[in-house]
Design a protein around this ligand. Structure first.
Ligand code: SF4
Ligand code: SF4
Length: 92
């Protein structure tokens, strides 16, 4: 089963407030490999050549916590979503 198919089985209760933010955008400009763009299983982070910054699609976060450790300068401020929001795992 492909990862994309597994992720499709999940349900999300999206908050209008993001539970993650990048605290220092200048750090991203100096970040060579931008690991957030490939460590996240849900592809929440994407580098925009047009905007010259990381875009975040927080609604698809599966709350694995990996991005907090993968960012070399630790500029990702990730918190658990507020109560009632976030991913709802169908199979635990
Ligand atoms: S890994 Fe961290 S510093 Fe690098 S691009 Fe992603 S958020 Fe920015
Ligand atoms: S917690 Fe996991 S799924 Fe959510 S943004 Fe970070 S790496 Fe992606």
């Amino acid at each position: 089963m492909r990862l994309e198919d597994k992720l499709f089985l999940n349900r999300y209760q999206s908050d209008k407030h993001s539970h993650l933010r990048i605290t220092d955008r200048d750090a991203c400009l100096k970040c060579d490999f931008k690991p957030c763009t490939y460590i996240c299983p849900s592809k929440v982070y994407a580098w925009s050549e047009e905007e010259n910054k990381i875009l975040t699609a927080y609604e698809g976060c599966v709350e694995c916590g990996s991005c907090r450790y993968a960012c070399p300068p630790h500029v990702i401020d990730w918190r658990n979503p507020r109560g009632g929001f976030g991913i709802q795992y169908k199979f635990g």
